[in-house]
Design a protein. Structure first.
Length: 127
């Protein structure tokens, strides 16, 4: 069961990525992640947003994020307008951003839902 949920929308401008990274690490810190894990989460959030910038030809002007805190898990949902699941999956095998996400987070999924693409990342707290 979700303890807390934080929703954030930022313009698709690189100068706002820092806000998303700091929001994610601040929220995750309340679960008890250590400094190294918080840094992993911050880097992963930045890379997930960078993936959106690679598809800026879709002409969207904001990126929506949902951070959810569960008992031992932090969930990050990065939501892009339009269904880009196929384009993202095609690039994910050799894309440096995806390799980084998969190495830093415990689980990474991409899927389409309600005419948007969701990139979902989970980081579990070692208890």
């Amino acid at each position: 069961m979700c303890k807390d949920r934080i929703e954030l929308s930022i313009p698709t401008k690189k100068e706002y990525v820092k806000i998303a990274r700091l929001t994610a690490s601040s929220a995750a810190s309340s679960l008890g992640f250590d400094i190294e894990e918080l840094e992993d989460i911050k880097v992963a959030v930045g890379e997930a947003i960078n993936i959106a910038f690679k598809f800026d030809d879709k002409e969207f002007n904001e990126i929506n994020m949902i951070f959810e805190l569960f008992e031992n898990t932090f969930s990050v949902n990065v939501i892009y307008p339009g269904c880009m699941e196929k384009e993202i999956e095609d690039k994910s095998e050799n894309d440096l951003s995806f390799l980084i996400l998969k190495s830093l987070m415990d689980e990474v999924k991409v899927f389409c839902e309600e005419n948007s693409t969701k990139l979902v990342m989970l980081k579990r707290l070692d208890v």
